[in-house]
Design a protein around this ligand. Sequence first.
Ligand SMILES: Cc1cc2nc3c(=O)[nH]c(=O)nc-3n(C[C@H](O)[C@H](O)[C@H](O)COP(=O)(O)OP(=O)(O)OC[C@H]3O[C@@H](n4cnc5c(N)ncnc54)[C@H](O)[C@@H]3O)c2cc1C
Ligand SMILES: NC(=O)c1ccc[n+]([C@@H]2O[C@H](COP(=O)([O-])OP(=O)(O)OC[C@H]3O[C@@H](n4cnc5c(N)ncnc54)[C@H](O)[C@@H]3O)[C@@H](O)[C@H]2O)c1
Length: 443
Amino acid sequence: MRHFKNIIIGFGKAGKTLAGSLTSHGEEVLLIEKDPMMYGGTCINIACLPTKNLVINSQRGVKYEQAFETKEAMTAKLRNKNYHKVADQNLATVLDASAEFIDDKIIKVTDESGTEELTFDRLFINTGAESNVPNIDGLKIDDKIFTSTEMLAKKELAKNLVILGGGPIGLEFASMYAGFGSKVTVIEPMPSILGRFEPEIAQAAKADMEADGVTFMLKSSLTKVEETEAGLNLTVETEDGVKDLLADVMLVSVGRHPATAALHLEKTSLEVGQRGEIVVNDKLETSVPNIYAMGDVAGSLQFTYISLDDWRIMDNQLFGDKTRTKKNRPVFANSIFIKPAISSAGLTESELKAQGKAYKVLTMPAAGVPKAQVIGNPRGSYKALIDPETHEILGATIYAEEAYETINVITLAMQHHLKAEDLRDQIYAHPTMTEALNDLFKF
Ligand SMILES: Cc1cc2nc3c(=O)[nH]c(=O)nc-3n(C[C@H](O)[C@H](O)[C@H](O)COP(=O)(O)OP(=O)(O)OC[C@H]3O[C@@H](n4cnc5c(N)ncnc54)[C@H](O)[C@@H]3O)c2cc1C
Ligand SMILES: NC(=O)c1ccc[n+]([C@@H]2O[C@H](COP(=O)([O-])OP(=O)(O)OC[C@H]3O[C@@H](n4cnc5c(N)ncnc54)[C@H](O)[C@@H]3O)[C@@H](O)[C@H]2O)c1
């Protein structure tokens, strides 16, 4: 039985970055990845990067078939680069195999050549998440019903697309496909979309998506799917009664759960949480000594930058001063890449009200920013909430071009307790969308 000082299961953001930390400290590491098409993990192959590449090209007016080829070339290049970044290090080995537990101290790896059992000093689990598929009459993933993974592999443009779930995945695909010219309908049980954002800004974003051709069926539930010669026949219960929809393709985007099924956790004493996540403490230690979990599989918020922050915690706990934990993550933003993007950080007005905190509201339209006119998309608005006494920023929502860049200035300001006047009086490059902060923070 081979023994390794460090084994990482899954080529995710935290895992691949940790492989670099371990080798730079002179430690050997075995990184196990079950799928060579996933070197580099979910983000670069089937998630953030291909979707954003398609979003950008759909907004540029590129035809879908061309955008698809561009996206394929980009992911292939990144996959290769990510593989070599780990595999080319002397102390690192990448093993193409699926890993599972035998018990708390032994894992089994399986590839085409057979199986092998391995032991370790330390084991890091970074296997990510998988799409949920709801239990609905007739719904199964096949050649017309896709999760985001199969959807991204589809060479031909879906002309009439129904999207189940209006979360970040559903909305980004809706915006992108409407941009490519598809007819898009989103079915969502909740009464609104973008529920974590300021409601008036979320409402404006929804209206803009509708103007771009997306139809929303809110407070609606899909109850039956029938595959007919004409396409998918979908039965939807709405507030106004039962409706039938015809679609050629359906995207299922109703959330993702931690990817643990293949690991056989039942053979271990690893604690599993209610959402199927491997339970970790603030230092990412599991209930078994020397086994750690990071990223989506550990129930962290499902963002690549949070998985990367899990690596920072792990790196600090192994090789640093051991002060970094989940409790002291820096302020971070949430962005959804629609047209324009919507980004937020900190608290919303209703959250501040619920906490009984005093606040002052600052707002301005995106049309007031010269760069919005230069880009040719003056849609949207900015909203910030500041403490009336200290002038520190309590929360912000940006629905405007390049919102996902501007919000990073705000999170940095929040993290370092800067005041509204610091952002108001800063000199920003011109013309940029960040210049909005000169005006937004005038009070
Ligand atoms: C369509 C989509 C768009 C997204 N867009 C964004 C975005 O714009 N911004 C953002 O921050 N986040 C986005 N996310 C979320 C983000 O992709 C994830 O949070 C992030 O990739 C999780 O990384 P991770 O480190 O947990 O593991 P992952 O990157 O998921 O890596 C896990 C790896 O483990 C491998 N694996 C699994 N089981 C085994 C096993 N038993 N043996 C061996 N290998 C195994 C998998 O093949 C995979 O390569 C998006 C997600 C999706 C689905
Ligand atoms: N830009 C980004 O940062 C980005 C983009 C995409 C995904 N992600 C990450 O990936 C995660 C997964 O995304 P997601 O959109 O699949 O999940 P989600 O859980 O965020 O949203 C799922 C949506 O589906 C709805 N839903 C649930 N059950 C349903 C059903 N039976 N029928 C119809 N709708 C139903 C929910 O009400 C919700 O609105 C996100 O939470 C996010 O962390 C991030």
